[in-house]
Design a protein around this ligand. Structure first.
Ligand SMILES: NC(=O)C1=CN([C@@H]2O[C@H](COP(=O)(O)OP(=O)(O)OC[C@H]3O[C@@H](n4cnc5c(N)ncnc54)[C@H](O)[C@@H]3O)[C@@H](O)[C@H]2O)[C@@H](O)CC1
Ligand SMILES: Nc1ncnc2c1ncn2[C@@H]1O[C@H](COP(=O)(O)OP(=O)(O)O)[C@@H](O)[C@H]1O
Ligand SMILES: [K+]
Length: 464
C-alpha cells in the first residue's frame, strides 16, 4: 500500500480513517514532520536551514521539521508570512521555540537548505504575488531545496503548476501516500528525488499504484527455445525500426526471434531468423507465442493488409508506431493486445475509438483501455500503464536521455519479448516498461537507441 497513489480527496479520507481509529491530527503531523525532518537533517549535514511555513497543515509539518532540526543542533529559521489557521499547525508552532520571521521580510538569509512547507495538498488557487515572490527568493538563496508533500504552487491531482516560474527542488518528501503530481508532468520534473513518509494510511481499494521493480526468473532448468517464447516481429516498409526492436527483444527474455520481413532488411544479425512470407502464413506456425507489429510498418495499403493478417491470427500482440496510426476498432483488435502510444498516437487512437480525449493523461489512457480492451502503455516523460479493467500503474521518472529517436522501438521490442515469455499483456507491459527505464539508467548519458538496446540484458540481469 506504500505504492498507492491518491487524489486529495482520497488522502483526506485516508487521514480521516486514521483519526477515526484514534490517532490525532497532531500525532500524524508529528510522524510526518519527524520523518521529513530526518531527511532534511541528513541533507543539511549540520549547516543552516530555512523553513517556509504556510497557514495550513503543510505549514504545521514545517514547524515540526524545524523543531526536529533545532533539537539536533541545526541552525534553523522559520519564515511564516501568515499565522497558522489550523489547530494542529498552531500547536506545532507553539512547540517550536526558535526564530520565526513573520510577514514578508525585506532581507532574507543565504543558507544551505530551504524547506518549502508553504502549501501542500490544500492548494486551491495560484499563489498570491507576495507569497510567490517570497518562495522564489528564499529558494534562490539556498543551495539545496526540499519540498514537503508537494512543491507549493503545484496542484496535487493534475500535476499542473498554478503559477509560472516556480522553483525546482532536489528532493520532494511525500507524506502518507504518493499523489498524482509526483508522477505527472510537468510537476514531476520540478521535484528532484522522491521519498515517502509512512504515517500509517491503510490500503485504498481501486486506486493507481506506482510501477514497482519486477522480479524475473531465469529460464527453467529444462527450458527450450519455444517454451521460453517465440516472438514474431512483423516488419514493413522501413526495416531498420523492426531490426532495432528485434535487437532489444533478443535481450529481454524471449527464446526465439523471427522477423517476418517486409522490405528487404540490410545487415541482418546472425541470430535473427528472417522469414520472407505473408504474415498470415508465417504466423500459422502454432509455436508463435507473441507478435510485434508497428515499428517501420508504414501506413499504406500493404501495411493495412499486414496488420489485418496479424489481427486474424489472434495471438497476443504488441501494437506500436505506424500500426497504431492505421488501427481501427474491429473484431479481434484490442483484447489480448498491448498498445504503446506516445502522445500523438494516443490522440489518433482516441479519434479512432470516438473518445473525447479530455482529462488527465491517466483518465484518457483508462478510457482507451476500456473502449479497446487492450492494455495501454501511454509513453512519454510520464509513462503509465492502463488496463481494460481500470487498473493503472504510474511509472517513476526515467532518464530524459530516452528522448532519442528509436527508443520507442526498443520499448516495443522489450515488451513484446516479455509478452512471449509471460503470455500476459499486463505483466509484460509492467516488466517491459521497467526494463526500458532500467536499461536507460545503465546506458548513462547521450546513448543511441542501439546503445539502449544493448543495455537491456544487463538490466534484465539486475532483476533476476
Ligand atoms: N490532515 C492530516 O492529517 C495531515 C496533513 N498533513 C499535511 O497537511 C497538508 C494539507 O494541509 P491543509 O489541508 O491544511 O492544506 P495546506 O497546508 O496545503 O493549505 C492551507 C490552506 O491554505 C488555503 N489556500 C489554498 N491555496 C491557497 C493560495 N494559493 N493562497 C493562499 N491560501 C491558499 C486553503 O484554505 C488551504 O486549506 C498536506 O499537504 C500535508 O503536508 C500532514 O501533516 C500529515 C497529516
Ligand atoms: N523526457 C523523457 N523522460 C523519460 N522518458 C522519455 C522521455 N522522452 C521520451 N521518453 C521515452 O522514450 C520513448 C520514446 O518513444 P517514441 O516517442 O515512440 O520514440 P521513437 O518513435 O523515436 O522510437 C518512450 O518510451 C518514452 O516514454
Ligand atoms: K510544500
Amino acid at each position: 500500500m506504500l505504492s498507492q497513489v491518491l487524489t486529495v480527496a482520497q488522502m483526506r479520507a485516508a487521514e480521516q480513517d486514521l483519526i477515526a481509529a484514534g490517532t490525532s491530527v497532531e500525532a500524524l503531523m508529528e510522524k510526518a514532520g519527524h520523518g521529513a525532518g530526518a531527511y532534511v537533517h541528513r541533507i543539511s549535514a549540520g549547516r543552516s536551514v530555512a523553513v517556509l511555513c504556510g497557514p495550513g497543515n503543510n505549514g504545521g509539518d514545517g514547524y515540526v521539521i524545524a523543531r526536529h532540526l533545532a533539537d539536533r543542533g541545526v541552525a534553523v529559521q522559520v519564515f511564516a508570512p501568515l499565522p497558522p489557521g489550523t489547530a494542529a499547525a498552531a500547536a506545532a508552532r507553539a512547540a517550536f521555540g526558535g526564530t520565526i520571521h513573520e510577514g514578508i521580510p525585506g532581507d532574507l538569509p543565504h543558507g544551505e537548505v530551504f524547506v518549502d512547507c508553504l502549501f501542500g495538498s490544500g492548494l486551491t488557487r495560484a499563489l498570491p504575488d507576495d507569497l510567490h515572490a517570497l518562495l522564489v527568493r528564499l529558494a534562490a538563496r539556498h543551495h539545496r531545496r526540499v519540498a514537503v508533500d508537494l512543491p507549493s504552487g503545484v496542484e496535487s491531482d493534475s500535476g499542473l503548476p498554478l503559477n509560472s516560474a516556480l522553483p525546482t527542488y532536489d528532493l520532494t518528501i511525500s507524506l502518507g501516500a504518493w499523489k498524482h503530481a509526483h508522477f505527472a508532468m510537468p510537476a514531476a520534473a520540478m521535484m528532484g528525488a522522491l521519498r515517502l513518509i509512512d504515517i500509517g494510511c491503510g490500503a485504498v481499494p481501486g486506486v493507481p499504484h506506482v510501477l514497482a521493480r519486477p522480479y524475473l526468473r531465469a529460464p527453467a532448468a529444462d527450458a527450450h527455445k519455444y517454451r521460453r517464447g517465440l516472438l514474431a516481429i512483423v516488419g514493413g516498409a522501413m526495416p531498420g525500426a523492426a531490426l532495432l526492436a528485434a535487437r532489444a527483444a533478443a535481450h529481454a527474455g524471449a527464446g526465439y526471434l523471427r522477423l517476418i520481413a517486409g522490405a528487404e532488411p540490410d545487415g541482418i544479425p546472425a541470430d535473427l531468423v528472417v522469414v520472407r512470407a505473408d504474415p498470415g502464413e508465417a504466423l500459422e506456425d502454432g509455436r508463435v507465442a507473441a507478435v510485434l507489429i508497428g515499428p517501420g510498418l508504414g501506413r499504406d495499403e500493404a501495411a493495412r493488409v499486414r496488420f489485418a493478417s496479424v489481427v486474424r491470427c489472434g495471438l497476443p500482440t504488441v501494437v506500436d508506431a505506424d500500426a497504431l496510426m492505421i488501427l481501427h476498432p474491429a473484431p479481434g483488435v484490442g483484447p489480448g493486445m498491448i498498445f504503446t502510444p506516445h502522445e500523438g498516437e494516443l490522440a489518433a487512437l482516441e479519434r479512432a475509438y470516438g473518445l473525447p480525449g479530455i482529462g488527465h493523461k491517466r483518465e484518457r489512457a483508462v478510457a482507451l483501455a476500456a473502449a479497446s480492451g487492450a492494455v495501454i502503455v501511454a509513453k512519454g516523460a510520464d509513462s503509465l500503464i492502463a488496463g481494460p479493467d481500470g487498473r493503472l500503474l504510474l511509472a517513476p521518472r526515467a532518464s530524459s536521455w530516452l528522448s532519442v529517436a528509436g527508443s520507442g522501438d526498443v520499448l516495443a521490442g522489450i515488451i513484446a519479448s516479455r509478452l512471449a515469455v509471460t503470455r500476459d499483456p499486463w505483466t509484460a507491459a509492467a516488466e517491459g516498461l521497467w526494463l526500458h527505464g532500467e536499461a536507460a539508467a545503465r546506458a548513462g548519458a547521450a546513448f543511441s537507441a542501439t546503445g539502449l538496446a544493448d543495455c537491456v540484458a544487463p538490466a534484465l540481469g539486475s532483476l533476476l
